[in-house]
Design a protein around this ligand. Structure first.
Ligand code: CTP
Length: 394
């Protein structure tokens, strides 16, 4: 089942480390290539020799091995299709959530661009600790898959939440993520994200509060599923896929149309400014108005979404719009999907503080051209992104 797949297992220093010996065997039985990397503390619970024999590979512990040409953490990260950190201690979780790379395992995880599963195991007090919970939330919003620990008798003598989840759960989740990888192979998906920046003069601009998080989450999800995303955005990001950095709506329009021809899908998650300054001053405007007032003449920006819908380059191209509303969400969304002519419209309520603009969470309703609707309950933007792509591609 897993022939040709490279599974990277990271073991940290918790008593549940001994259980991972069996997890390695589960992958080996399915013909996967398994590599194990341990934190130095993990070796207090399980030996290097055991892990080496079970995985039939050298076990990584030290970050700096002089005889190797390529930096170790990069070669591990490049080779693996998925990384599983189990058990994940409170210490390693907190390092990962804060970008700390002080051993081989944390350095690999930091460089890793493919799915990462984290299976925490620790004392119940540690699991419920405010900072650990905050760090878990941070990892969730950064697209890590967290398999929550379970309730029961803990090795430290307490009864509570903290036991490593079952090995079957880890194994099955990894298979699901590995299979998900393939679903969008060779699909070119254009995603726009963030607000546009409309200059007034050389130092000032009109924009909006869009963070771009939803669009970026969709691009990440598409990439994780094997697609070739093209992210067109005003947000400064570095990704392992193509990113076209733009400022204004007209820059975005040009970038979208430059990429449109051979694309399979366009997802317009950007908050495109409806208007721009009619004339952009090529100097810094002075505060010289005698009555304390100033008027800036605005002109309408092109409606990129509407334009793409009328200029599909092939009949199978899927066009998805977003709809940000602060009142009458569904009524306005129904009118908008008809007006724009797109295949799907993702409607979200931007008046709520707990979702939408700048939040890491969202709650949306997906409208289809044929009138069908599907509500997605509140979840991280990464989870919503997966569900949107699932709705489009099945
Ligand atoms: N959109 C676009 N070009 C514009 C304005 C919006 O392509 N000039 C796209 C957005 O990316 C989004 C959809 O159209 O996918 C709806 O955007 P929204 O701001 O909700 O609606 P508007 O068309 O701007 O209409 P209004 O502001 O009047 O609600």
């Amino acid at each position: 089942m897993l022939s040709g797949k490279n599974i990277l297992i990271g073991i940290t220093g918790g008593i549940a480390a001994y259980k991972i010996c069996e997890l390695i065997r589960m992958y080996k039985r399915q013909n996967a290539n398994v590599r194990v990397v341990c934190t130095p503390n993990a070796l207090n619970f399980v030996t290097k020799l055991t892990l080496q024999n079970l995985s039939q590979n050298e076990v990584g512990i030290e970050e700096f091995e002089l005889e190797k040409f390529k930096p170790e953490h990069i070669s591990y990260a490049d080779e693996a299709d998925i990384m599983i950190i189990a058990p994940a201690t409170a210490n390693t979780i907190s390092k990962l959530a804060n970008g700390i790379c002080d051993n081989l395992l944390t350095s690999i995880a930091c460089a890793f661009q493919k799915p990462i599963i984290i299976a925490p195991a620790m004392n119940c007090g540690m699991w419920n600790n405010k900072f650990i919970q905050e760090n878990i939330e941070k990892l969730k919003t950064a697209n890590y898959t967290i398999l929550d620990p379970e309730d029961g008798y803990l090795a430290c003598g307490y009864n509570g939440t903290g036991r490593l989840c079952s090995l079957d759960k880890i194994f099955n989740k990894s298979i699901e993520l590995l299979n998900r990888e393939k679903k969008l192979t060779n699909k070119k998906i254009i995603i726009t994200a963030g607000g546009t920046i409309e200059k007034i003069d050389t130092v000032r601009y009109i924009s909006n509060f869009s963070s771009g998080k939803m669009g970026i989450a969709i691009a990440d999800s598409a990439y994780n599923q094997g697609a070739q995303p093209v992210l067109i955005t005003s947000v400064k990001v570095q990704k392992p896929y193509k990113v076209i950095q733009i400022e204004s709506a007209t820059d975005m329009q040009k970038a979208v149309f430059d990429e449109l021809e051979d694309s399979d899908c366009v997802i317009m998650a950007a908050a495109v400014a409806d208007y721009r300054a009619k004339n952009i001053a090529n100097y810094k405007m002075k505060k010289t108005s005698p009555d304390g007032e100033i008027s800036i003449e605005l002109t309408q920006n092109p409606d990129i979404l509407k334009e793409i819908c009328t200029k599909k380059t092939n009949p199978n191209q899927i066009i998805v719009g977003f709809c940000a509303e602060s009142e009458d969400l569904i009524k306005n969304a129904k009118e908008k999907i008809a007006k724009k002519g797109c295949d799907y419209l993702i409607a979200n309520d931007i008046s709520r503080k707990d979702i939408g603009f700048s939040s890491d969470f969202n709650e949306v309703t997906i409208l289809k051209k044929n009138g069908e609707m599907k509500a997605l309950s509140r979840a991280t933007k990464a989870e919503i992104a997966d569900k949107i792509l699932e709705e489009i591609y099945g």
